[in-house]
Design a protein around this ligand. Structure first.
Ligand SMILES: [Zn+2]
Length: 439
């Protein structure tokens, strides 16, 4: 039996890609937006009162760690999908550093199939660049690309490809499929032993630091290799002002590069590490106020194309260790939009439309994801997020959908809340509650 039509009534539709910002009713039939208009009749439809709410294309995350297979105590594809839907996402790219590593058709198809069965978000597995993330031999890109998972995005994220020749070959290999390579930029020699940003605060705390240059040297090299090969490079989790400058300059001369920044790097400084709370340990590390300002300027002017969460769940017994021994990583999916709404839009630094673009249309375009990131138009899939920009809530790690609790935003009051999320016309979140059993 076809699902009943849904009428989203009285909401403010914000979709910069279609040039829409205004109160418009949205009628959804058979998973597709059928009509946009004023005063649409709700006869025969489930009417959702959206007065006071914003309707936008659902968000897309290019950088998510789902931990399955291998560390189902920290997160599963099901729990990570719930977290993503709760955060307003319709699609996430699952990083390859699982156990076993996603370096073969078998593993990427396993992730893809499990996610489809859960059905809350579309999960696009990222393929490893090198076999076992060992940085020695290229993985079988072709096999992963030709698999059911259709991988067109490769990364050893968590580890940096140190060998320049290997990185060159990875870029060349990916180009054959029109795929993108994302390299976790961290020079091994400079970063060795580092637990936080190298600077004034690390000096005061007596913790070993990672200098900005550990990131910037690798980005500079990778940009040169992207120029050499003519391949598409994506720079994940940009964290320093110098990196923003390198990417801006590269774009000016036509290098095919895109870049992402995380909510935590856009909003938090290394001074938080003074608490020695391992929840603030992340790679790349939290940097300085000047870096935040440069990242924000880059996000606003488009040098940084998109936001990505780097959602990195860790089981409590792993994460709650001495700071220098704890694994890096923070939760991100459920707080990404409210954090950035609070810090950038409500603070008057960025328009709501620009934030929506950086979290939906821009990442969807980088990964060539049809059906995600809008537009909100007749005939397009009803893959939407509906949120309340006036609601305020306080982050309670115990109440998040993630199996893990390592959010650096615990106790923070945030403005804006996800009310509904829709994936191809089906509610994955309704009235703030995740709706299970989609498929
Ligand atoms: Zn990374």
């Amino acid at each position: 039996m076809p699902a009943k039509p849904v009428l989203l009534q009285g909401g403010r539709v914000v979709d910069p890609a279609s040039g829409i910002d205004g109160t418009i009713d949205v009628l959804i039939e058979r998973g597709t937006i059928s009509t946009l208009g004023h005063g649409l009749s709700g006869e025969g439809a489930t009417v959702i009162d959206c007065r006071g709410l914003v309707i936008a294309p659902a968000f897309v995350d290019l950088h998510t760690h789902l931990r399955e297979p291998g560390r189902e105590d920290a997160e599963t594809i099901a729990s990570g999908s719930r977290a993503a839907a709760a955060g307003g996402f319709s699609a996430v790219c699952a990083m390859a550093n699982t156990e076993p590593v996603a370096d073969s058709a078998a593993v990427v198809e396993q992730v893809f199939n499990t996610a489809r069965a859960v059905g809350l978000v579309d999960v696009y597995p990222v393929g490893a660049i090198t076999v076992g993330l060992q940085g020695e031999r290229l993985a079988e890109f072709g096999e992963m690309h030709d698999s059911k998972a259709g991988v067109n995005f490769f990364s050893d994220d968590g580890r940096c490809v140190q060998d320049s020749g290997l990185m060159r070959r990875a870029l060349e290999y990916a180009k054959a499929f029109g795929a993108i390579v994302a390299n976790h930029a961290e020079d091994a020699g400079l970063a060795e032993g580092g637990a936080m940003n190298e600077g004034e605060v690390s000096g005061l705390l007596g913790l070993p630091g990672v200098p900005d240059e550990a990131e910037e040297l690798v980005i500079a090299r990778d940009l040169a290799l992207a120029r050499l090969t003519g391949s598409r490079l994506h720079v994940p989790h940009v964290s320093t002002a110098g990196s923003v400058e390198l990417i801006r300059a590269a774009k000016t001369i036509g290098i095919d590069v895109t870049a992402e920044a995380t909510p935590h790097h856009l909003c938090m400084t290394d001074t938080l590490v003074a608490s020695f709370d391992p929840v603030y340990k992340v790679a790349p590390p939290l940097r300085t106020r000047a870096d935040i300002d440069a990242l924000r300027a880059g996000l606003i002017d488009g040098t940084i194309d998109c936001v990505a969460t780097d959602h990195a769940p860790h089981a409590r017994e792993d994460k709650e260790r001495e700071f220098d021994k704890a694994p890096p990583g923070m939760l991100g999916l459920e707080t990404a939009f409210p954090v950035l709404y609070t810090e950038l839009v409500a603070a008057g630094l960025m328009s709501l439309g620009d934030l929506i673009t950086r979290m939906s249309a821009a990442p969807a375009r980088i990964r060539d994801l049809d059906g995600h990131g809008g537009p909100i138009a007749a005939g397009a899939p009803a893959t939407l997020v509906i949120f309340d920009t006036e609601a305020r809530w306080t982050v309670d790690p115990a109440r998040l959908q993630s199996l893990s609790e390592n959010t650096p935003f615990a106790g923070r009051e945030l403005q804006s809340r996800i009310v509904h999320t829709m994936l191809a016309g089906k509610f994955t979140v309704r009235d703030g509650e995740v709706v299970d059993g989609q498929r």
